[in-house]
Design a protein. Structure first.
Length: 719
């Protein structure tokens, strides 16, 4: 291929990449004028048929980690991206084109009742659109003394009276000096959680350094102390080489930080549900940590939009798995309308025993998820373009609570309540009193002609429930409100009247219609009773993308005493279950002590082996030659990383020569074969030996959790 043909070839490649970026979905940022384009992609995974195969755990160590801070001593990074535009979200499988048209929702609460809920205790401004992106992906959490909020692409910290303590700052401020994608990228889809069992904070976002190609990373920071303005442990995990970890959602559990994410290939095709757990105990002490990951595409390619359960209140029973749930409209290929439940068992003593298994399909009252044929422009405003209803998935969070005699899960999603694209919020409470989970109650909240969507629901220690959401219509500016129920109120109702956190006075005029993606309702760990909510809204007339956010707390009248049930609405919907339920306990909740974490390191063993081989390739210059790189991970007999091990091997099959490297503290090192001629399609690297001062190499134990090698040899293909 001559130089002119090379230039034409790469011009076509660049044009195709720009085109793909314009159609690629998910919550990530694409610049209108990117500074560089990467073409060093591994081969995309080919589509697979649904097989029902049992998913196998893939185990990865953090690529890098360190300790850093105090945060308060570091200047916040803050960059406005100007012409950046958030691309439309990618639809989950089988959503597009489906239609229900079933008419009125059978559990529709279609009238309002009273104004029983009090006004906010405190309300203050959160982060606004300082980075110039859509949408904000607003979320936050509350601790004993702080409220922390993350949005695309920044975060801030306040005390609980609303005094700003730090920020706003780009989220990758937390990775200053860390190196790699977590420092250089600030790609969004953030989550912040307060881990009340350890009295720590966790902040995460993904990093896509070669978008739309891999590898794809998850960046996680865990505070060293209860003070989020203090010191932090920082981690970078490579989630996948070939599949993007879009829309990551987290939940805190005693044995791990659990994550669900939607996977897409570099072409933008659906690539399956992904789930993972990160080694919480190690991350709380700054040690090398592992990730256990399941790719569910071959198990069921229609799985998507799952949420992991997030613990608030007392710890679950010993050994209780973390639960993942997705919602299934019967028009998506499942029947009937249902909540599909899976359970994730992590076994850190032997990660090969980790499992992700189907638990139950829980039938629910029929619902219609098809808002505006799933178009991105659906919810009306008094002006501007219609907003995204994002009715194809559950809304964050899936909150778990342990009451002793029973366990609960609460969650919500957006539905069409009357067949006329009228948005309301379907909410659920599931219970487990013995061995099995079942639906305890459900309802659909849409008390008038306005549209309610983008909800988040939580339950406090008294069994009271609160639902926060956005509300809008042709005559109502997008605003933030909340509603709720006491534990003794009639089932299937939210009769504690709707109250405003803040009323909007403007609207979004950007043509994309992107709105939210998620919001966050949480419970104050000090009294286990007060609710905190954050969501977006607009002020000051029309604005293309000038979103603002609001943070506020509110307390039900029964906090600190016995609840007083109130009458149900004029129209009482039919609750989901038929069995007579046992009311939630009404005793005053108490705070929960922080356990002392004493990690016990496993023995190192006396042998070592190759635990992973990962290959990548990239073009050199104008594409006349290319480079192959292999990252080698060395483990001891207990699968712990081995530092200072010398790996020797040889390249064959397209490039030749010996190579060696020495592992770092993560047990990893890399070898490179540079300047391979473009006519050569592939090259293979084979490990010949691994030496160490105290450990003996056992090649029979070599393995590769990704399955892209046999643990000893790996083939790297031309880009």
């Amino acid at each position: 291929m001559n130089v002119m043909k090379q230039l034409k070839f790469w011009a076509v490649v660049l044009a195709l990449m720009v085109a793909m970026a314009l159609v690629m979905g998910g919550s990530y940022i694409v610049s209108a004028a990117p500074s560089s384009v990467h073409v060093n992609a591994p081969q995309a995974e080919s589509p697979a048929l649904q097989t029902g195969a049992t998913p196998k755990p893939i185990v990865r160590y953090s690529e890098s980690h360190d300790g850093w801070g105090p945060l308060i001593d570091h200047q916040p990074l803050l960059e406005r991206y100007g012409t950046y535009l958030e691309m439309p979200r990618k639809m989950l499988p089988n959503r597009e084109g489906s239609s229900s048209g079933m008419g009125a929702d059978p559990v529709w609460q279609n009238t309002g009742v009273g104004g029983n809920l009090p006004s906010p205790n405190v309300t203050f401004e959160g982060v606004n659109n300082i980075n110039g992106v859509l949408p904000p992906d607003t979320n936050g959490d509350v601790g004993p003394n702080h409220y922390v909020q993350t949005v695309n692409l920044s975060f801030a910290i306040w005390d609980k009276q609303g005094n700003l303590l730090y920020g706003p700052a780009d989220i990758n401020t937390l990775w200053q000096g860390f190196g790699g994608a977590c420092e250089t990228q600030n790609d969004g889809d953030p989550v912040v959680l307060y881990d009340h069992l350890a009295d720590r904070w966790m902040i995460s976002q993904f990093a896509l350094p070669n978008y739309p190609f891999g590898p794809f990373y998850q960046c996680i920071a865990v505070s060293k102390t209860p003070d989020p303005t203090g010191e932090w442990w920082r981690y970078s995990f490579m989630v996948s080489i070939k599949k993007m970890n879009d829309y990551p959602k987290f939940g805190v559990w005693p044995d791990g930080y659990y994550m669900a994410f939607n996977q897409f290939s570099w072409m933008g095709d659906w690539a399956g549900q992904g789930v993972a757990v990160f080694e919480r105990d190690k991350m709380l002490t700054g040690d090398t940590a592992r990730m256990v990951y399941f790719d569910l595409y071959d198990t069921d390619s229609n799985l998507g939009g799952m949420l992991p359960s997030h613990l608030e209140g007392p710890a679950p029973p010993a050994g209780e798995p973390n639960y993942f749930i997705q919602v299934d409209d019967d028009d998506w290929g499942y029947s009937p309308d249902q909540l599909q439940m899976w359970q994730f068992h992590a076994d850190w003593n032997d990660t090969a025993n980790a499992s992700f298994t189907h638990t139950a399909n829980i039938p629910v009252a029929a619902f219609d998820s098809n808002m505006c044929e799933y178009a991105r422009n659906c919810i009306p405003q008094p002006g501007g373009t219609d907003l995204d209803a994002i009715s194809d998935r559950l809304m964050y969070r899936l909150q778990y609570r342990n009451f002793g005699d029973h366990q609960t899960l609460v969650v919500n999603h957006t539905v069409d309540v009357d067949g006329n694209d009228h948005a309301g919020i379907r909410w659920y409470e599931m219970r487990k009193s013995s061995s099995a989970w079942s639906l305890y109650q459900e309802g659909t909240y849409a008390p008038d002609a306005d549209h309610r969507w983008m909800g988040s629901v939580a339950m406090n220690g008294l069994g009271d429930m609160a639902l926060g959401f956005s509300v809008s219509s042709h005559s109502t500016y997008p605003s933030i409100r909340y509603v709720g129920r006491l534990s003794g109120d009639p089932l299937g109702t939210l009769p504690q009247g709707e109250t405003s956190l803040i009323e909007g006075s403007g609207y979004q005029s950007h043509s994309s219609g992107r709105w939210g993606d998620y919001s966050s309702m949480s419970v104050d760990p000090v009294d286990d009773c007060t609710f905190w909510y954050t969501q977006e809204y607009y002020t000051a007339g029309a604005d293309s993308a000038g979103w603002q956010t609001r943070i506020g707390s509110f307390t039900f009248p029964d906090c600190g005493g016995n609840p007083t049930p109130t009458p149900g609405p004029t129209t009482t919907p039919t609750p989901g279950p038929t069995a007579t339920p046992t009311p939630s306990p009404t005793a005053t909740p108490t705070p929960y002590p922080t356990p002392t974490l004493t990690p016990t390191p496993p023995p190192s063993g006396d042998t070592m082996h190759v635990g992973d081989l990962d290959g990548s390739s990239s073009w050199v210059g104008w594409g006349f030659k290319w480079t192959a790189t292999v990252v080698i991970t060395v483990h001891d007999a207990n699968h712990n990383p081995v530092a200072n091990a010398t790996v020797t091997g040889a390249w064959t099959g397209g490039a030749s020569g010996n190579a060696s490297c020495t592992t770092d503290s993560t047990g990893q090192c890399s070898v490179t074969s540079p300047k391979i001629r473009s006519r050569i399609a592939s090259t293979t690297f084979t490990v010949d030996d691994v030496t160490h001062a105290t450990l003996t190499y056992d090649p029979s134990a070599n393995h590769d959790p990704d399955g892209d090698s046999d643990g000893t040899s790996i083939t790297v293909y031309r880009p």
